[in-house]
Ligand binder design. Structure first.
Ligand code: GDP
Ligand code: MG
Length: 442
């Protein structure tokens, strides 16, 4: 699957200190092939890979992340981007009723979606009405009545006097009925054909002109892969639409339609249908979809937290300080301990993060209570002592011990570890900061 292919790509980057141009090219071409094999449309693949290449080769470096993590982060953000960035809300009319028209091929999932939308709208506090403007298939009206019944939403069906045999008339009278009876949202179900068809397009366009919809949702079966894109283009030309609903996303293991549709149509995906039941329905959130495709939710969370814990500016400042005259103070040491503590609270997740071996070991031995003790000891020191621990003689040690509720030997221990950390940090500073955080615990 796409997830597996991307994971394999990320895995091959593990342990790399820095990405060369060649590494980036290899990575980008692996991603390109994975997307193409997942049936993602060519323009979308092109947009995606060129963004990844550009960002990976730019000086976009974070002290908190190794190259593999950087690529995961970039790919995740580009996935969100290509899926539309923000999720888009339904646009409700200023003057109800809001008219939502559904369009799409036969079997796309329109009628099922009408029921799902009806249920969702009701839960959102609306009073929806479903309108049966599919008179093509013999039991299409009954099918809508069944899902309407399940959703507890009334259905406007053709009856003598309101447009029997004429889907345009049914739509028009349905909206008029809604206005009269104060239904505030009307969902118009329409007919589809097995393929794109001029007569069908004309009928949909006529319904559109009769009811002037606030939203036209193009419903597309995500499982049809590349055909989803062709169909979308045909509907964009023939009827036009304001948003997309991806149906049968439960069966789309490859993610191709989801990743293509926004780039190809320029229209946002509003909803996802993920099964036959009325509850198999959700608002479409690009970020959630992206992490579903990446299938690395935990790693992404960890990346986010690692970046937070290891603030870049702070790291840079520290690196400069150490690389300079080495005036690494006890105050700085305390700062590191506090960062370790933050990371310690995510110890469990560290097992999943690639390239964190050395640090994982340090955290295994890390005792969070130690931070509290060090804090107390450092706080009992004068600013001069924190700056230059060399002046901390015997009598100062017993004063600090008393002040922090510890023993002189604990103070000695702290000062020893501080010296060790300082040496270690100097050597790390010479080799760059990329190895992660220094072994504050000695
Ligand atoms: P329409 O012709 O566009 O109105 O499509 P229907 O709503 O009648 O759906 C066609 C078939 O697809 C039906 O058997 C539905 O139960 C099924 N279906 C609809 N939406 C989904 C979905 O999200 N997931 C799955 N697995 N099946 C769906
Ligand atoms: Mg139908």
């Amino acid at each position: 699957s796409l997830s597996d292919r991307l994971s394999a790509t990320f895995k091959s980057l593990r342990g790399k200190g820095r990405l060369s141009e060649a590494d980036i090219e290899t990575t980008v071409s692996q991603i390109r092939r994975a997307l193409l094999d997942a049936d993602v449309a060519v323009p979308a693949v092109r947009a995606f890979t060129s963004a990844v290449r550009e960002r990976a080769s730019s000086a976009e470096v974070s002290q908190a992340l190794n190259p593999a993590q950087q690529i995961v982060k970039i790919v995740n953000e580009q996935l969100i981007e290509i899926l539309g960035g923000e999720s888009r809300e339904v646009r409700f009319a200023k003057h109800p009723p809001t008219v939502i028209m559904l369009a799409g091929l036969q079997g796309a999932g329109k009628t099922t979606l009408a029921g799902k939308l009806g249920k969702w709208l009701k839960e959102e506090g609306h009073t929806p009405l479903l309108v049966a403007s599919d008179l093509q298939r013999p039991n299409a009206v009954t099918q809508l009545q069944v899902v309407g019944g399940q959703a507890g939403v009334p259905v406007w069906a053709p009856e003598p006097g309101n447009g029997v045999g004429n889907p345009i008339e049914v739509a028009r009278t349905g909206v008029a009925h809604a206005r009269e009876k104060y239904y505030d949202v009307v969902v118009v179900d329409t007919a589809g054909r097995l393929g794109v068809d001029a007569e069908l397009m004309q009928q949909a366009a006529d319904i559109r002109d009769a009811v002037n919809p606030d939203e036209i949702l193009f419903v597309v079966d995500a499982m049809i892969g590349q055909d989803a894109v062709t169909t979308a283009q045909a509907f964009a030309d023939g009827v036009g639409f304001t948003g997309v609903v991806l149906s049968k996303l439960d069966g789309d293991a490859r993610g191709g339609a989801a990743l293509s549709i926004r780039t190809v149509t320029g229209k946002p995906v509003l909803f996802a249908s993920t099964g036959e039941k009325l509850t198999d329905f959700e608002r479409f959130h690009p970020d959630r979809m992206a992490s579903r495709i990446l299938d690395m939710g935990d790693v992404l969370t960890l990346i986010e937290q690692a970046e937070k814990a290891f603030d870049e500016d702070q790291a840079q400042e520290m690196a400069n300080k150490i690389a300079g005259d080495g005036d690494f103070t006890l105050q700085d040491f305390l700062g590191y301990m506090q960062q370790m503590k933050q990371l310690g609270s995510m110890k469990k997740m560290l097992g999943m993060l690639p390239g964190m071996g050395q640090m994982r070991e340090q955290l295994e031995n890390f005792d969070e209570r130690e931070v509290v003790r060090v804090e107390a000891m450092v706080q009992s020191m004068t600013p001069g002592e924190r700056q230059n621990p060399k002046i901390i003689n015997g009598s100062r040690r017993s004063r600090i011990a008393k002040g922090s509720g510890s023993t002189v030997s604990e103070i000695n221990g702290l000062l020893d570890r501080f010296e060790q950390a300082k040496t270690m940090m100097r050597s790390m500073a010479r080799g760059g900061m990329k190895g992660g955080m220094p072994g504050a615990m000695g």
